[in-house]
Design a binder for this molecule. Structure first.
Ligand SMILES: CC(C)(COP(=O)(O)OP(=O)(O)OC[C@H]1O[C@@H](n2cnc3c(N)ncnc32)[C@H](O)[C@@H]1OP(=O)(O)O)[C@@H](O)C(=O)NCCC(=O)NCCS
Length: 179
């Protein structure tokens, strides 16, 4: 007898595949939609869930893609960890808007912000390695990243069973982290 395994309980609103999308910095009114979008993917084991508290405290890190019907169809964030490294995190695209270049747009927005801020290196923890390597990131070992990048690991539910891979992109080789 087969068992039906339900993945996740979070419902996202239906969105139009062809609605126009605007990229902008997140606002407080977006928090509920960002929360729900990340939770949707977290329940499917692809992302870490982010609490409302985390989203409030880190709201200025976030970008969103808003469609013309007012739906947040993508999120992404740049979180500064140290003078020479920032993390790209919270990248999530609505399941009905996958494969339209929205994820790349969000990742490039985070990268552009890092460049504007003079941060020489960005990195991400991810299961979507090919998505990042397609954007010029390289897979790296944990030893080649500064200790700051593990600051959240101790709070992670997957601490003992981490499958995420570190990917990094150097934006300014003269000033990037060196072991
Ligand atoms: C990963 C994710 C953000 C990509 O967003 P997307 O809008 O579907 O991706 P894009 O359309 O911008 O794709 C850009 C490129 O990456 C490729 N790509 C996207 N997802 C990929 C994947 N999972 N594996 C391999 N390549 C992928 C696309 O084919 C495209 O390549 P091309 O330029 O040669 O056409 C999205 O699939 C998502 O929200 N996934 C669930 C949550 C998640 O895993 N987030 C990442 C947390 S680090």
């Amino acid at each position: 007898m087969s068992t039906l395994i339900e993945v996740g309980t979070t419902r996202l609103p239906d969105v139009r595949w062809d609605a126009n999308v605007e990229l902008r910095k997140a606002k407080m009114k977006d928090v509920e939609q960002i929360y729900t979008l990340i939770k949707y993917w977290a329940e499917r084991g692809l992302m870490l869930v982010r609490s409302h508290n985390h989203l409030y405290e880190n709201l200025r890190d976030f970008f969103v893609l808003e469609d013309e019907d007012g739906h947040v169809v993508g999120s992404g964030a740049l979180h500064i960890l140290w003078h020479d490294i920032a993390e790209v995190r919270g990248l999530a695209v609505h399941p009905e808007r996958q494969g339209q270049g929205l994820g790349r747009w969000l990742a490039l927005a985070a990268e552009r912000e890092a460049k504007d801020l003079g941060i020489p290196q960005i990195f991400a923890w991810t299961l979507q390695v090919k998505f990042f390597t397609g954007l010029g990131y390289h897979v790296t070992t944990r030893e080649n990243l500064p200790p700051k990048v593990y600051q959240e690991c101790s709070q992670c539910p997957f601490y003992d069973n981490c499958r995420e891979i570190g990917v990094t992109k150097v934006l300014d080789p003269d000033n990037a982290f060196r072991k």
